[in-house]
Design a protein around this ligand. Sequence first.
Ligand SMILES: Cc1ncc(COP(=O)(O)O)c(C=O)c1O
Length: 387
Amino acid sequence: MKPPSRANHPAQARAPQDNRALVAPVYQSVKFTFDNVAEAEKHNRGEREGFQYSRVANPTLRQLELTLAELQGRDACLVTASGVAAVNLPLLSLCRQGDHVILFAEMYQPTRYMVRRWLARFGVTHTMLSIEDTDAIERTLASVPTRLVIFETPSNPMLKVADIARITAAARAAGALTVLDNTFAGFHNHGQFDVDIFVHSLTKYASGHGDVMGGAIIASRDLIASMERDFVVLGATLDPHAAFLIQRGLKTYFVRIERQQRNALAVAQFLERHALVQRVHYPGLASHAQHALAQRQMKDAGSIVTFELADSVDPARFAESLELFAISASLGSTESLVQPGRLMRPRDLNEEERRWAGVTDRTIRLSIGIEDEEDLLSDLDQALKNK
Ligand SMILES: Cc1ncc(COP(=O)(O)O)c(C=O)c1O
C-alpha cells in the first residue's frame, strides 16, 4: 500500500477478546461496514443486528440510551442533540392536524413556542393552563378531546409541583398521552407514575459539567418505535463524543445530586431565616404550598432554590456581588449559578398567564452546585448585605 492509501486505510490495533477497555470506546464513526452485500441487505431489512449510519444508530449512543432508560424505569430511549430536540420530537411526531394539546404557562419558553406557534401552523390547537390548577386540567381533559398533555415538575423557576397522579389518571381516562419534561426532577424521580413519555435535557444534571448538550426521550418500546422513523429524518442526532461525555458525567450523577440537594436545602433554610429575603420557593421547605405533595412524589426536593428579595436589596447588585455564583442561564452544573428575574421574564405570556408564571423583578433563581455549604451561605449573606 502506498502512503496515500495507507493514510486512508490505517493499521488496525485490536485488543484481544479477554483484554477489554474498562471504559467503552467512543464509536466516532459515521459509517459501519458489512463483509458482503447480502449481510448489508439483511441489515436494511431489519433481519440482523448491527449499525449502518450514525444518524440512525451508533453503539456509543445506544449505550447511553440503555443506561438512561433503565435509570428512568422504562424500556427504551432515544438520545438527541439537545433538550429542546427531545421536547419537540414527541410533539411533532405524535400530533396530527386537528389534535389538541394541553400545556402550561409555567413551562420552559421554547416548549410553549413549539406548541403555540409551530404546531398551530399545522392545525394543532392548544389550551394553556396553570400547572397548579389540577381541577382545570381534569375539566379540560373531560370536555376537550386531547391528544397530549405536556408538563414539567417542579416548574421553572418558581418550583411549583404538579400533581402527577391526578394528571396522568385524568389523561389516561381521556385517552390522552402524557409527556413529562423531567429535567428539573431528574432520572431518579417520577418513574413510578403512569407517565407515557419522559423527556430530559441532558445538558443539565446528566452531564453535570456545563460542557456538553444533549437530550433524551424515554418511554415504552412501542412508543419509541412509533417516533423512531420521524426522528431519523429530523436529524437532531447526538454526536458520539457528546454521548461519551454525558456517559462520563452520569457516573457521578447520584453523588452530585445528593450533594447539590443537601446544599440546596441548607441554602433554602438559610434564606428563609434571612431578614433581607421576602419569601423562599423550595419544595423541601414546610412553607412551600405543595410541600406534602413533593414529599409524597419526589425522593428529594432538587437543587434549584428560588426566592424573592426584600425591597431594599437591588437584584442586579445582589447577583453581581456574589462570588461563587456566576450570572448565567441553565442549571445543574457542579458550580453554582444565579439568574435574576429580569433575565427570566416571560415575554410571550398575557397578563393572567404572567401571574401564573409568577416571576417578578425581585425573583432570584439559584442553581446550587457542589461547593462547600458554609462558603455558599457566607457568599449569599455578604451579597444580601452589600446594598
Ligand atoms: C425544563 C427544561 N427543558 C428543556 C430544556 C432545553 O434543554 P437544552 O438547552 O439542552 O436544549 C431546558 C433548558 O434550560 C429546560 O430547563
